[in-house]
Design a binder for this molecule. Sequence first.
Ligand code: ZN
Length: 450
Amino acid sequence: MRNWALAKQSGGKFLIRIEDTDRERYVEGAVEVILSALKWLGIDHDEGPDIGGPHLPYTQSERLDIYKKHAKELVNLGKAYYCFCSRERLEEVRKKNLENKTLPRYDRHCRALDPRSAELRVKAQESHVIRLKVPESGVTTCSDVIRGDVSWENSGLDDQVLQKSDGYPTYHLGVVVDDHLMGVTHIIRGEEWLSSSPKHILLYQAFGWELPIFAHLPVIRNKDKSKMSKRKNDVSILSHRDRGYLPEAIMNFMALMGWSHPEKKEIFPVTDFVKYFSLERVTLTAPVYDIDKLNWLNGQYIRALNDKELSSRLIPFIPSDCPKNLVSQLIPLVKERLVTLKDFEELTKFFYRDIEVDHSLLHKKSNPEQVKEQLTESIKIIEKMSDSDMTAPRLEQLFRTLASAHTWKPGQFFMMLRIATTGQMATPPLFDTMAVLGRKLVLKRLQFLQ
Ligand code: ZN
């Protein structure tokens, strides 16, 4: 979202690239999920695997030749070298590192091989990887827009693998080559990638390419500051959609994570985010995934919709047993109380499903005799009404008159009526609810309790 906003505000391009070279982590259908999530949020892209663009292909597994060519180029430049070490040898190196408590890195055994003989071994199809020749001294510095300069001693860095023995690039090679070739100017990613940035910067330098702008954002945390686990917290965008959140509420919520509106607004359109977002205004404090805040925002956005728009957003959440012609009458009754679109069912089910009445609640503020009398008198009133009489103002007038004629406390009487006709203590306004329930259903429910 941040990359997208920066691209929009600066007249740049936002591209989507599929990084699928790690076959062990490949998930079938994941690309479609990401594309539909972005589409739902309204984050449109200028280039990508689905729409094409000037840097085709946008899927890394279709770009293997490009990475091979670039890895070879670094070997030719003397910036990288072939490594023929067996798995067993690398395992021994690892053990020695552990024993001597030295840095866990490759011992650079093959770095000293004669390049020509190495080339011959490659031609003879000996199994090999390609490693970067990391400078033995000096420092590598990442000028992070949010964090300032972060530096690493080169002597502490590993001769990272660029191309694996199966010919696939490592993530680091793939991402640097593609970012350069595709003209990516901003690398904005989570802080867990900060430790990889010297690897990437060394690669840019080895190729002699201009460095992009780096920004490592703080990772989102739970309210108790613990790290969010993807397993425990269902934070995927599409799951929010399915739980009844509006895309504009999610965008507003995400915008507020680690950033604040210059006018301190809590609710603002995404166009404000595109206009005002700047990496310099991102805080280093870990943003919090605060579900209460998201719920509040979502409710605000729901209430800002007109009934017609809300009705169309509700379509996937209307239960199959809810009569379609009832929906437009129910919306104004529940709009104020919807936190998510999914709440519609819970808030309206008594309009079209059988109810259960808790008798202890019915009698709570009164005694059985009085409740019985109240039910009997109420039935008489409804019986005398016609279907078209059943409007909220008319019902209110009749039932208030009835309460005062019998000196019943309106609070008790109306709550009794509410529970009797809906089975619930909290509903939309009582007389509006009775009007929508209709004469027949109200009578049936009152008579059942009598
Ligand atoms: Zn080696």
